[in-house]
Design a protein around this ligand. Structure first.
Ligand SMILES: NC(=O)c1ccc[n+]([C@@H]2O[C@H](COP(=O)([O-])OP(=O)(O)OC[C@H]3O[C@@H](n4cnc5c(N)ncnc54)[C@H](OP(=O)(O)O)[C@@H]3O)[C@@H](O)[C@H]2O)c1
Length: 294
């Protein structure tokens, strides 16, 4: 039996005994484990105790839910939000993190500005001593025919969906600690084609490519990089572009005849952030109730 196989078997056995990931890691005898344990007294059952996560676009909706879920798993959170006038919403997200017993700091700004992205990672370092998990969740959407797109509209989408993602991944590649997790929010549209979504899906397409390649580059540090690809989710982001008819059509493409809810997406992020997902790497995971499959 190889060392890795015996570790996996030990972890499985401990899970069957009802012991959490922290106990499993300790049993595996790694040197870093003691450090992970010492900072989190009484929190051994939480799989992300001692970890720090950055969540972008976290003022509400999926970003807020991911922040709260990771906090419940034991992580401290850097809550990023975009527009200054949405600060009170970001504060609400931070309060949910604190209610889960974890620390939160807020960072505001446009991720198309490299200084903002650097500040986000700097805040993680200053407030919490580093970063282990990054959820690149921010994104922008406009649905209209490609022929009608203005340069400014193209830039608005490209700025966050592509450029901002690149800036964040570059910082993540430099700063995420060994064993860390990078999770990128894409779209199920990458598995299909829909009129009006060429530029949204086109500027989101790099999510999949950056994910695949970066996973290979960071693998030696046991950092995993994965993308989630939700189908239509019942948030204002989706509804801002759709009408009753197109919403019913999109809902009808799922096997349950409904839109996704934020709560349908959260468990996948919880899994990808957890120690249990170590063997899932470089993947785009479609989470859409069968809406589009690939
Ligand atoms: N809802 C869906 O149907 C659906 C489906 C598949 C994938 N997704 C993806 O899921 C993610 C979250 O979507 P959501 O539905 O939860 O909506 P959301 O809350 O509106 O999330 C988008 C976030 O990105 C932020 N953002 C936009 N431009 C930015 C920029 N230049 N710099 C920094 N942040 C910026 C927004 O902030 P402001 O509002 O302040 O601009 C917002 O907080 C997005 O990446 C989206 O593409 C959504």
């Amino acid at each position: 039996m190889t060392g890795k196989t015996s570790q996996v078997n030990r972890r499985r056995a401990l899970r069957m005994l009802g012991l959490g990931a922290a106990a499993a890691t300790t049993a595996a005898g790694g040197a870093g484990l003691v450090a992970a344990q010492s900072g989190a007294q009484g929190a051994a059952a939480k799989p992300l105790s001692g970890k720090v996560a950055i969540v972008t676009g976290a003022r509400a909706n999926m970003g807020r839910a991911f922040s709260e879920a990771l906090a419940k798993m034991g992580a401290d959170i850097v809550v990023h939000y975009h527009r200054a006038d949405t600060r009170s919403q970001a504060e609400e997200t931070a309060n949910l993190v604190r209610a889960a017993g974890q620390r939160a700091v807020l960072v505001q700004g446009d991720l198309g500005d490299v200084a903002v992205v650097r500040e986000m990672y700097g805040a993680a370092e200053r407030a919490f001593g580093g970063v282990d998990i990054v959820v690149n969740n921010a994104g922008a959407i406009i649905k209209k025919p490609l022929a009608d797109f203005t340069d400014a509209e193209f830039d608005q989408l490209d700025r966050v969906n592509n450029r901002g993602l690149f800036y964040s991944l570059r910082e993540a590649a430099r700063h995420v600690r060994p064993g860390g997790r990078i999770i990128n929010n894409g779209t199920s549209l990458l598995a299909g084609a829909a009129p009006g979504y060429a530029i949204y899906a086109g500027t989101k397409a790099p999510v999949e490519e950056y994910t695949r390649m970066l996973a290979k580059e960071l693998g030696d540090k046991r950092i995993t990089v994965n993308a989630i690809a939700p189908g239509p989710v019942n948030t204002p982001f989706f509804h801002s572009q759709e009408n009753e008819r197109s919403t019913a059509y999109a809902a009808g493409l799922s096997t349950e005849g409904r839109l996704g809810e934020v709560e349908d997406i959260v468990p996948l992020v919880e899994f990808l952030a957890s120690p249990d997902s170590q063997w899932t790497n470089g993947q785009t995971l479609w989470v859409n109730g069968g809406y589009l499959v690939r």
